[in-house]
Design a protein around this ligand. Structure first.
Ligand code: SF4
Length: 725
């Protein structure tokens, strides 16, 4: 049995569950990952990604030195040729170009993509650089693309967008709804707690989802709505609750506003009407409404299935209306719970990685807040105008308003909708800087690659989906010359400050992430009671935590909502989505599979890729019959925006007329097909509904004549080989 040199407790780098892991290290390699049985939130459980998916850390594709693009005179879409550079040369190059652009076009011509995989401290330093040095609030991240509908809806209704209950409360659930979340594949350890609630606690589960996901096997009731018709369902459930007087009068009286107007607006939204829209039998809608309303405690869990929509905000307002009218919020196991995707997507938002807020959602357009930050950062003033969102930034590149993208650890050219449009926008930029552990699809178009360190090579904190701040600990030295993101940004900030003649340093001389956290704590009342020492001692603390004697807040809104009273919002039913027609008769939905994660940058460079090595499109057996398709056949899927080829998987998981494609595979990128129309308020794209056609086809031609490999899955491998030394 191999003897570890050290076993280091840290936090899983994949999903928002935030599982605690023990990294077993030998000769600076992680050779085994186990889970501590005594530690929340996972208590000994890990899914396949946490258990077997961390070998990407030592993958040969890791960028080990800064790289400068040699062929920058060619279009960005041309295959990049890289030259290795010293850190000094690379950072001076970036600082010089950023300075020129800011001086010529102003700070608002630069945009920063913060990173939902980086630590809180790294994201804090990043947004500080963008705001304090470049003078713009143009900082956003991929939360815009996954849960902006949830954030906007919850902010409107109750003034807070975080998950209201902790993971630990799940086992005690009485009744709960899971909607738009394939929980067993996206948040596997959470799904175990939810399944345990059903099996061991006798909890009542209502699944509301067009796909036959594993959670439906545990459900007392499964409502299979037509994709994109969710709002009709929430409205009809509310109609039943009002009509049958199942609401909580005391709660409505004491904690909410607008109920009378809301009930008046429900006229006509009957269960029978909703059956016509959604395809869900009216009796099932009535039963679901009664089960939810009459439960002593009830929680709603949702994922990107209802937030990534042109009506993502309305979906969130719809479920929040239900919770408010039934008084199902503010108690253990009772609340509103958007399940956050990436390991630190909650923390990236909490740390100020959004265009309108500093840490913990303190608004940039509030004078008092701005003055507090500008005083601490030693700045005369800070920009009061909220910045642009990710989707607006891409459009800004196309119009010329945005000249430079600084991208820390994200891959918009895999995750943006309508990728051909996004690539066109990227071509127009004067400067693209990518700071990452690998060269991803976006990196292929960059001018500079700055090699950053992975989760295993640094200290810091992540905040999981239930607002629990937990430590990340360094287990191995940085690979090659890579550096932690906070070190890179602090060094760059000093150089840009100097070039811009900003003589008063905003303070970049951190020697450890704990010093950055102390600064965040000083500026953020909600974090004030959380210290590194306390995290060492307790394992994790849920914010808000206003003092060091405060226990943290596992569930929110016991007494009040941040906006005061919870507000009911009247909703109309309609859709802005692209619906099937004669030319594109199928409806496409996208999502994840258990073995892969987002753009696949990490999982496709791990053993996990052997378990699920290629893209596939789920097709219903009846549709497969009419198109002469069997599992394994090649299919071309085309939308108005582009086409991809991938293999068919014939299955009844998706309903007839609907096809499903996971978005992890660059060689068959689902987002070439998706539509870039957005929810008007949240600016989140519609990844779950667009119109496509399918046709049987031949295997794709080899993309690389030298290797005769079918379509290259790891562009970075080729491009690293294309390095000039
Ligand atoms: Fe990691 Fe999420 Fe799996 Fe836990 S459930 S091991 S956090 S990917």
């Amino acid at each position: 049995m191999l003897q570890a040199d050290q076993v280091v407790r840290s936090t899983c780098p994949y999903c928002g569950v935030g599982c605690q892991v023990n990294l077993h290290v030998k000769d600076d390699h992680i050779y085994r990952v186990s889970a501590p049985f005594e530690a929340a939130p996972n208590y000994g459980m890990l899914c396949v990604k946490g258990r077997f998916g961390t070998d990407f850390v030592n993958h040969p594709d890791r960028v080990r030195k800064p790289l400068l693009r040699v062929n920058s005179g060619e279009p960005r879409s041309a295959r990049p040729v890289w030259r290795e550079a010293s850190w000094d040369e690379a950072l001076d190059f970036v600082a010089g170009r950023l300075t020129d652009i800011v001086q010529e076009h102003g700070g608002d011509s630069v945009a920063g993509f913060a990173c939902a995989k980086a630590t809180n401290e790294e994201n804090y330093v990043f947004q500080k650089f963008i705001r304090a040095v470049l003078g713009t609030n143009n900082v956003d991240h991929c939360a815009r693309l996954c849960h902006a509908g949830s954030v906007t809806g919850l902010q409107l209704a109750i003034g807070s967008s975080a998950m209201s209950n902790s993971i630990a409360e799940m086992e005690q659930l009485d009744t709960f709804i899971v909607t738009g979340s394939n929980t067993t594949e996206t948040h596997p350890v959470i799904s175990n707690f939810l399944k345990r609630a059903v099996r061991e606690n006798g909890a009542n589960l209502i699944v509301i989802d067009p796909r036959k996901i594993e959670m439906t096997d545990f459900a007392m009731l499964w409502l299979r709505q037509r994709p994109g018709t969710d709002v009709a369902l929430w409205q009809a459930m509310a109609h039943v609750i009002v009509e049958q007087k199942l609401y909580d009068e005391d709660f409505i009286q004491e904690r909410t506003e607008g109920f009378r107007d809301y009930t008046a607006s429900l006229k006509g939204f009957t269960a029978e009407w909703a059956e016509g829209i959604t395809g869900v039998p009216a009796d099932d809608i009535r039963q679901a409404a009664r089960m939810y309303a009459q439960a002593p405690t009830a929680s709603i869990y949702w994922g990107m299935g209802i937030s990534q929509s042109t009506h993502g905000t309305d979906n969130t307002l719809g479920v929040t209306n239900l919770a408010l009218m039934c008084g199902h919020v503010g108690k253990p196991g009772t609340g509103l719970n958007p399940l956050r995707g990436q390991n630190n997507v909650q923390g990236c938002s909490d740390s100020g990685g959004l265009p309108n807020v500093f840490t913990a959602y303190q608004r940039v357009d509030e004078e008092e807040v701005r003055q507090r930050f500008s005083a601490y950062w030693n700045r005369a003033s800070l920009n009061p105008e909220p910045g642009l969102t990710v989707t607006e930034l891409v459009d800004g590149a196309l119009t010329g308003a945005i000249k430079a993208f600084y991208i820390m650890g994200e891959d918009p050219l895999t995750s943006e909708p309508n990728l051909n449009h996004a690539k066109h926008a990227f071509e127009e930029l004067d400067l693209i800087v990518c700071q990452d552990i690998f060269i991803n699809s976006t990196g292929q178009m960059a001018d500079v690659i700055l090699p950053s360190s992975s989760f295993a090579e640094k200290d810091g904190t992540f905040t999981n989906s239930d607002r629990r701040v937990q430590l990340v600990r360094q287990a191995i030295p940085p690979v090659g010359e890579s550096r932690s993101d906070w070190l890179i940004i602090a060094d760059l900030a000093r150089r840009v400050e100097e070039k811009l003649g900003q003589l008063t340093s905003a303070g970049w001389d951190y020697s450890h992430p704990s010093e950055i956290w102390e600064e965040m704590r000083a500026l953020t009342p909600d974090f004030r009671g959380i210290t590194y020492q306390r995290l060492e001692r307790e394992g994790g603390v849920h914010w808000p935590c206003p003092s060091e004697t405060h226990p943290g807040t596992p569930y929110l809104f016991a007494e009040s909502f941040p906006r005061g009273r919870g507000k009911f919002w009247s909703l109309e039913y309609g859709t802005d989505s692209e619906l099937p027609d004669d030319e594109f008769p199928f409806l496409l939905s996208t999502g994840r599979v258990l073995y892969h994660w987002h753009g696949g940058t990490m999982t496709r460079r791990s053993k996990l890729d052997e378990a699920w090595p290629e893209a596939m499109v789920e097709i219903h057996p009846a549709d497969a019959l009419t198109h002469d398709l069997s599992t394994g056949d090649w299919v071309e899927v085309a939308s108005r925006r582009g086409a991809i080829k991938l293999r068919a998987m014939v299955t009844g998981r998706s309903p007839e007329g609907v096809v499903f494609i996971p978005f992890h595979f660059v060689e068959a990128a689902a987002n070439i097909l998706t539509d870039d129309r957005t929810d008007q308020r949240a600016k989140i794209p519609d990844y779950k509904v667009c119109a496509v056609r399918i046709a049987k086809t031949k295997a794709p031609a080899a993309a690389d004549p030298a290797t005769e490999q079918p379509l290259e899955t790891r562009g970075a491998i080729k491009d690293q080989a294309n390095l000039i030394h």
